[in-house]
Design a protein around this ligand. Sequence first.
Ligand code: IPD
Ligand code: CA
Length: 252
Amino acid sequence: MLKTAIKAAKEGGKIAKRYFETSLEKREKSDSTIVTKADEEVEAKIIEIIKGKFPEHGIVGEEGGFSESDSAYQWVIDPIDGTLNFVNGIPIFSVSIALAKNNEPVIGVVFNPITSTLFYAEKGKGAFWNDQKISVSDQNATRAMVSMGSSQEIKDKDTIRELFKILPKHVKTVRHLGSAALELCYVARGGTEGFINLGTKKWDYAAGSIILLEAGGKITDLKGNPWEFDEKYFIASNGIIHPELLSAMKEI
Ligand code: IPD
Ligand code: CA
């Protein structure tokens, strides 16, 4: 199943790369995020590959791909996570594919086709970056870089604005990179130390979350309680800076 996920991410990525830095028509969806024909073509390709191998599995994709199923397995697909970066020629976006079993991620693959960066993980088997085993960093808060993702909702944007004010008191530097999937993987690889997610969709964080956990990272809800897959508000970190991020959230 991991092999299929990687193949689908790479094939989808090829399509996204072909469209990168071309003039694509942007359409606004009801949740005010953007979609292009590249998103739709990438999703169709991924679903074709997955259905070819596992026709009995359920599927949910950001651009409408949906297969109802009685199977315990469901694929959660974001064909392009970071569409706004993608359409604006900013190479921080990814193809994100997760497989959940009984609503718990067991496989995650995140692929940036521009840099050919591949992250993947399988439950209990560790996390990998281009076939090299990865783990979270051992940096403390004074040296930490933390990024944030938010939904389009005003309340989430307000929280982000507050966090930009408060977080620099707790950590070294903050970012808003625009691809939740990649941002979770950056923490997993030990490049950044934390990622705060405010209301993004399941397909944005599904694959990245298992990659982060398999790399030894920690995820809790915003109050520090154990995280569940359906919870769209969470703090992900290398574990070491987690108390700092929880304190920052408390100040809001
Ligand atoms: C977006 C990214 C981004 C987050 C946005 C999402 P999309 O995903 O994950 O980091 O801040 O809210 O919509 O729409 O490009 O797949
Ligand atoms: Ca997307």
